[in-house]
Design a protein around this ligand. Structure first.
Ligand code: AMP
Length: 115
């Protein structure tokens, strides 16, 4: 068995983190290094999928739930509009291989580039 991911360790309370939403299958935490006024990670509880390509192929309903939770975060914590970013592979910026979507909201004008 491999070690739990950093996100699972936050969910389990082993390391600190701000959990904004927890459903049966998905949870959302604030990113420790925010790239926008709202920057939240939406994460399936299962570590079975490394990235969104695997998640889409393996469990499309769970991917749909991730998107629904992203929207809920944007409505509850920003103006309802949001970017949803999945990094896929190290050269594309992925550093944690437990699939997660970045929800960015309340983005200032002309600040879309760079992430
Ligand atoms: P990625 O680079 O797409 O794999 O995204 C990983 C994200 O996890 C980065 O945006 C990090 O800032 C974030 N991150 C890493 N450690 C923590 C932590 N302890 N709490 C919250 N977010 C974290």
């Amino acid at each position: 068995m491999s070690e739990p991911s950093i996100f699972t360790r936050i969910l389990q309370g082993e390391i600190p983190g701000e959990i904004l939403i927890e459903t049966e299958n998905v949870f959302a935490i604030r990113d420790i290094n925010p790239q926008a006024p709202l920057h939240v990670l939406v994460i399936p509880k299962t570590e079975q999928y490394r990235d969104v390509t695997e998640l889409a192929a393996g469990d499309p309903a769970l991917l749909a739930e991730v998107v629904a939770v992203a929207k809920r975060i944007a409505v509850e914590h920003a103006n309802g509009e949001y970017r949803l970013i999945f990094n896929n592979g190290p050269s594309a910026g992925q550093s944690v291989f437990h699939v997660h979507g970045h929800v960015l909201g309340d983005i200032e004008e002309n600040k879309l580039v760079g992430f």
